[in-house]
Design a protein around this ligand. Sequence first.
Ligand code: MG
Length: 383
Amino acid sequence: MKNIVVLGSTGSIGRSTLEVIRRLGQDYRVWGLAAKSSFEALAAQAREFQPRRLAIPDLEGRPRLLSHLNGLEVDLLCGDQALVTLAQEPQVDVVVNALVGGIGLQATLSALSAGKIVALANKESIVMAGKLVMETAAKHGGVLIPVDSEHSALHQCLRGENAHQVNRLILTASGGPFLRRDVASFSSITPQEALKHPNWSMGPKITIDSATMMNKGLEVIEAHYLFGIPAEKIKVIIHPQSVIHSLVEFIDGSFKAQLSLPDMRIPIQYALTYPDRLPGEYVETDLAQIGSLEFEAPDFHRFPCLVLAYKALQSGDGYPAVLSAANETAVQAFLDGRLSFNEISSLIEQTMDAYSSPTLYDSDAIYEADSWARQWCHDRIQN
Ligand code: MG
């Protein structure tokens, strides 16, 4: 029996995770759920899955959540430390971190330092603090299993292989909704247009990140830390069908790839059942019907965020945290109608240019870099 905690249970990945658990049956039990704000949905999930504990980060949300729970008996953790506490509960085996943004870092670290298996969908935590996250896992026996489809693919391709025999990791990218759009019209892109992803149905932040291709940039950084492969050996290729989720090229010239129709329930189930594989009741991937798989090189002029991510990874120290925090702030401002689509990348670039990493870059410095970048961006947006 695996006891599972789902952080961010009402978001897109969280809901898919519960759908997978519902199918997996009695060996997989929802032990705890946490959500930031959608209390009505959280209460409905609690009624169905009967978890031992619920957690919400906002103390003031307690009465609202209680009213939705309508007398249902469940332990309630509220406040700043609620998610971190839930992620460390002794009975818990697997923590699914499906939180969005930098808020997920503390939970990732606390689960790993308690020796848990972390099914990681919150890529920001590894982008912000990759070295610290990997060191924490190694020191306390925590295990990271990526839920991001590309990294799940790489994880599957690398099983049983020797990392020294890897020549390149190749991350596939759909190219998002603006792969063919005239670059000259990018400044007039509306949030509604950017929120229409051709292949994947996801939450708003990651969908905008896919449209700017910052998502792929964050994934390059994520791959570097997860698999210990240097930046120059991690490549991105545009693959509009999103059927190949990523590839590994080995030093003998051989490739391994992982394929399926785009469906997040597959990498989620892989992370939950690892090291086993269990039957899934998902859509069949009919290659004959798909017909052809296409590839092209990414256009770095069209997608400057990709360049910025490589730059942040090469600069190291606080730069990935600054990149991620500036991106989060810029994306929110774009969604709120306060920044144009083009200004997302230019604001991130300006933030990185203005940043200087401290000489001693420790774990406190990560949070400092994060809050400095958010404040700097807010000030720029206001002016
Ligand atoms: Mg992905």
